[in-house]
Design a protein around this ligand. Structure first.
Ligand SMILES: [Zn+2]
Length: 306
């Protein structure tokens, strides 16, 4: 069964290091690989973020909808998995590789996000560190289709029993609206990009992200969410565990202290970034030069404000 679902299993390598929009030529075939996690829960990989598809008794919930143009391929792939209708989208945060497919879903589909993410989706501000020019808001360009309809602040429960989905917000990190999505009956968590993989995070200050807060937000999640066997991250191909999440929290706390030490020692942002090395205990973590530099800048700016 699992093997049969790995249709066209060509997945771009290197997606670990991407936490944002992969620019592709429009002609490139849109290939989605399906990993079946549980009887009613699938991860759709390719085209941006890891999309989760949950087949509930009254319809399907989709978590994150990938880059522009990937909404229909998601819907096509879902048809191979179930004949139930999609009733709900949950977006973990505002970024284009997580929300853009929303506009290709039927207008009747509910869209649920953390309340700060709704405000961010209304602006779609350029992402910190990517040098993007301001573009047209994809929701405005589509007459408001796909925009968030329902919001929560700290916690929301949707459905009950086998259908139950719990949504949490544990504070700023990647943005100021990072939702954590939990299926308690399945013991699965989708962390979105606040834990995108074993990689230096993208700290999107333009959308409320925080390098000072991210470590404690991650720890709060690891302490609060119980009984999880499998963690879906924003982008990593491999599934993770709560132990990986705890390690990632510490990785970010260590980075904050590294930057704080440099700032207090009077070093420039460039010097702090250039001298950074991933500590040996975080084997396999990726920290691209441009990402590190952007994150040092974000944290230095935050520390200055304190
Ligand atoms: Zn993101």
């Amino acid at each position: 069964m699992k093997r049969a679902l790995l249709l066209g299993g060509l997945l771009a390598v290197g997606s670990l290091s991407m936490t944002l929009v992969a620019f592709q030529s429009p002609a490139a075939p849109k290939v989605i690989e399906v990993e079946k996690l549980k009887d009613h829960l699938f991860v759709l990989k390719g085209g941006g973020a890891n999309t989760a598809v949950f087949v509930g008794s009254n319809g399907i919930t989709v978590v994150d909808t990938k880059n522009p143009g990937w909404g229909q391929p998601i819907l096509d792939k879902i048809k191979e998995l179930s004949n139930k209708p999609v009733v709900r989208i949950i977006n973990t945060h505002t970024h284009g590789d997580h929300v853009s497919g929303n506009v290709e879903f039927p207008a009747t589909v509910d869209v649920v996000v953390q309340e700060n993410t709704k405000a961010n989706m209304q602006r779609m501000a350029p992402v910190t560190g990517l040098g993007q020019p301001p573009g047209q808001n994809i929701f405005e360009a589509n007459g408001g289709r796909g925009m968030a309809k329902q919001t929560f602040k700290d916690k929301m429960t949707l459905g009950s029993g086998a259908d139950q989905i719990d949504l949490y917000y544990f504070g700023r990190g990647h943005t100021n609206g990072d939702a954590w999505v939990v299926w308690p009956a399945l013991r699965v968590l989708h962390a979105g990009d606040i834990f995108s993989g074993k990689v230096a995070p993208l700290l999107d200050a333009n959308n409320g992200g925080s390098g000072v807060e991210i470590g404690s937000s991650l720890t709060r999640a690891a302490d609060s969410i119980k009984n999880i066997d499998t963690v879906i991250t924003g982008h990593a191909v491999a599934m993770m565990t709560m132990a990986d999440l705890r390690e990632y929290a510490q990785f970010n706390k260590d980075f904050l202290e590294y930057v704080r030490g440099g700032v207090q020692g009077g070093k420039s942002v460039d010097a702090i970034a250039a001298e950074y090395k991933v500590p040996a205990k975080y084997a396999g973590y990726q920290a691209a030069e441009a990402r590190v530099k952007s994150n040092v800048q974000v944290i230095a700016d935050e520390l200055k404000k304190k």
